[in-house]
Design a protein. Structure first.
Length: 298
């Protein structure tokens, strides 16, 4: 009996210690946002969906920046959920069905962020005419350029779907609707709008095709790794300088976008202070040089 009591006394503290020990983190986890775990596979899928590239093709600096961007998007999604911004399950399911290969979590996060950004954008005030004129005077060099084209993009990950979209567009289908339904680009809900671009701003394989197009024309589906890009040119602008009146619509959009980016950056910075974030650097296949808190003991 005495031996049994002694054994229990010896085992007891060990059991208490085991109960208090943190649960093991799965070996594929590379970052955490509060209780949410982000795996290396999640990062690779993010790169494929949003950049059409593979992690192995990126330098450590670019990979670090992309990981930071991914985590900050998760932060926005988690912030949205914590502040009552939710999307009905049936809408998420419909979005998953419309995008081959997308997961429920990916579409849920995308739609949460879109709703949050729409809410923030609705609070951004329109710039006054005086503000627009002051912006023009301070940034006149921005409105001198070489030839430019105003372009839209649809990004998908299935070749058959890409070719079908090209066929529909050339038959008169709405670019806005097809972008909203199928594109996985961040600007999908805005009709795939990229805006005016000049030579040297896009990868050469895109530039060569885009600058051949006349307004209203649709490019062939351009493949990059596992992604397919479709472009439409809406307008061509000859080299020169825009006057203040012609630049005003562009300035108005730019000022609203700048204000929205500033508010989102403030929200992310605030959330980064309030949430528990860390990157498990030893588990990464590249040397991490980003700005997120680092953990090296996992």
């Amino acid at each position: 009996m005495l031996r049994r009591i002694v054994a229990l006394l010896l085992v007891g503290p060990a059991l208490l210690t085991a109960c208090k020990r943190k649960p093991a983190i799965p070996p594929d986890v590379i970052a955490r946002v509060n209780e949410r775990m982000i795996t290396l596979s999640d990062l690779k899928r993010y790169l494929d969906r949003n950049a059409g590239t593979d992690l192995a093709q990126l330098t450590p600096e670019v990979a670090s920046a992309m990981l930071d961007q991914f985590v900050e998007e998760v932060v926005l999604s988690e912030y949205a959920a914590a502040h009552g911004v939710e999307v009905p399950a049936e809408k998420i399911a419909a979005a998953v069905r419309s995008e081959a290969g997308a997961t429920v979590i990916e579409k849920r996060d995308d739609m949460r962020r879109e709703k949050l950004l729409a809410n923030i954008a609705s609070e951004v005030q329109e710039p006054s005419q005086a503000d627009i004129q002051a912006y023009y005077e301070q940034h006149q060099s921005d409105f001198r350029s070489g030839e430019e084209v105003r372009v839209r993009q649809i990004l998908v990950h299935d070749e058959a779907l890409a070719n079908d979209i090209v066929k529909q567009l050339r038959s008169g289908a709405s670019f806005d609707e097809l972008s909203s339904q199928h594109s996985s680009a961040p600007n999908a809900k805005r009709g795939g709008e990229i805006g005016f671009v000049s030579r040297g701003e896009l990868p050469k394989m895109f530039e060569d095709e885009i600058f051949k197009l006349k307004p209203g024309q649709i490019s062939d589906a351009i493949q990059t790794d596992s992604s397919f890009h479709i472009f439409r040119v809406d307008e061509r602008r000859a080299p020169g300088t825009l006057d203040a009146d012609s630049a005003a619509p562009l300035i108005r959009v730019r000022m609203r976008e700048d204000a929205l980016r500033e508010r989102v950056a403030q929200l992310v910075a605030q959330s980064r202070q309030q949430m528990q974030l860390d990157v498990l650097t030893r588990r990464l296949p590249f040397r991490y040089s980003g700005t997120l808190p680092k953990t090296t003991d996992e």
